[in-house]
Design a protein around this ligand. Structure first.
Ligand code: NAD
Length: 366
């Protein structure tokens, strides 16, 4: 089997530090398989690209991503570039690449690792066993709808944005959610505000139709977004797959991630086109960049998602997830998940090393 080509964008801040560890995990998988399973090629993205090329994403970087089998991204941005004009800000590279790769579905799992249960702001009995997945529509809705802008209307300064969804946009993201549910507990909750927003009235109708016609084996329920925000705190274990719009997903995914305790632990996948993009949910963490203390686990777990969703390598993905669980169970903690008197504080590289050791051990058991 030919090696999978992975385009790697380390990005800014802690990005290069955590990506280095994740790429090393890929090398470990090749090592235990006894053949080269992955080929990686790096390019600059975000502020790092701006500093060299005066743009946050070069045509070469985009070409590399488009021609790859998958993309691994660290994070972009930082105070250094916040003064730049909007069009060349590092974050523009993210929007650009999502659009160019046609990534319309963003998947964010919220999983609570048993050894970290007390890091959650919620009570232990509420969070124990949480394993939910939010599917957020990523390229439509109010973030892209026209008309938009701030203008004078009848002499009054007015800000306008438009929530807009077409049937095909809803159908395709609904299918992603239903397909995922089939591999999990066959339960989808579609979140909308159908009682006041017509665009999401259509959302509800179309999701229900796709479910009834194509996925009768999956149990579908609908929930208003305000109720969902409340239920995520009250009883998060009721959820398996949540599918929702761009705006609601933006907010609910942050809420869901906080339930699990640490931003340094959570991976994400963006799917839709030929090439999937995988990245930790955290940003470039400029406050700790260069100190060697960033938690690499979110990025390492993003690689596990890549193996699962882009390459169908479920066994290897499971080794990585289990390796992370073991290292945490053994008490190793980066600074973000460390609590005084509990476990051993380690830096980015040692955490990566521990995970790779555990992957090697798990692979020998197969
Ligand atoms: P952030 O996620 O970078 O940091 C928030 C807090 O979490 C900080 O205290 C940071 O030290 C900590 N943290 C984040 N990742 C960590 C890790 N792996 N290990 C340990 N601690 C970690 O969010 P922010 O501070 O709001 O944003 C910083 C920059 O990142 C901004 O320029 C923002 O635009 C950018 N950003 C980029 C992305 C992305 O590339 N996808 C996402 C969010 C923010």
């Amino acid at each position: 089997m030919a090696a999978k080509r992975i385009c790697v964008f380390p990005g800014d801040g802690v990005g290069p530090e955590v990506v280095r560890e994740a790429v090393a995990v890929l090398r470990t998988l090749s090592e235990v398989a006894g053949r080269r399973m992955f080929e990686t090629e790096e390019a600059l993205l975000g502020g790092a690209s701006y500093d060299v090329h005066a743009v946050p994403m070069t045509p070469r970087a985009l070409k590399l991503a488009k021609e790859a089998d998958a993309v691994l991204l660290g994070a972009v941005g930082g105070p250094k570039w916040d003064v730049l004009p909007f069009a060349v800000r590092p974050e523009r590279a993210l929007l650009g690449i999502r659009k160019e790769l046609g990534l319309f579905a963003n998947l964010r799992p919220a999983v609570v690792f048993a050894p970290l249960i007390d890091a959650s702001p919620l009570r232990r009995e509420l969070v124990e066993g949480i394993d939910l997945m939010v599917v957020r529509e990523l390229t439509g809705g109010i973030y892209f709808g026209e008309p938009r802008g701030v203008r004078m209307i009848d002499g009054v300064e007015t800000g306008i944005n438009t929530e807009i969804y077409t049937r095909p946009e809803i159908e395709r993201v609904a299918r992603v959610a239903f397909e995922l549910a089939r591999k999990r507990s066959r339960k989808v909750t579609s979140v909308d505000k159908a009682n006041v927003l017509e665009a999401t009235e259509l959302w509800r109708k179309v999701v229900a139709e796709v479910g009834a016609k194509e996925y009768p084996d999956v149990v579908l329920s609908h929930m208003l977004v305000d109720n969902c925000a409340m239920q995520l705190i009250r009883w998060p274990r009721q959820f398996d797959v949540i599918v929702t719009t761009n705006l609601f997903g933006d907010i609910l995914t942050d809420e869901a991630s906080m339930i699990t305790g640490s931003i340094g632990m959570l991976p994400s996948a963006s799917l839709g086109g030929k090439v999937g993009l995988y990245e930790p949910i955290h940003g470039s963490a400029p406050d700790i960049a260069g100190k060697g203390v960033a938690n690499p686990l979110a990025t390492i777990l993003s690689v596990a998602m890549m193996l699962k969703y882009s390459f169908d390598m479920t066994a290897e993905a499971a080794w990585i997830e289990e390796a992370v669980e073991r290292v945490l169970a053994d008490g190793y903690r980066t600074v973000d998940i460390y609590r005084e008197g509990e476990g051993k504080k380690v830096g980015t590289t040692e955490m990566g090393d521990r995970v790779r050791d555990a992957v090697r051990k798990l692979s020998q058991k197969r």
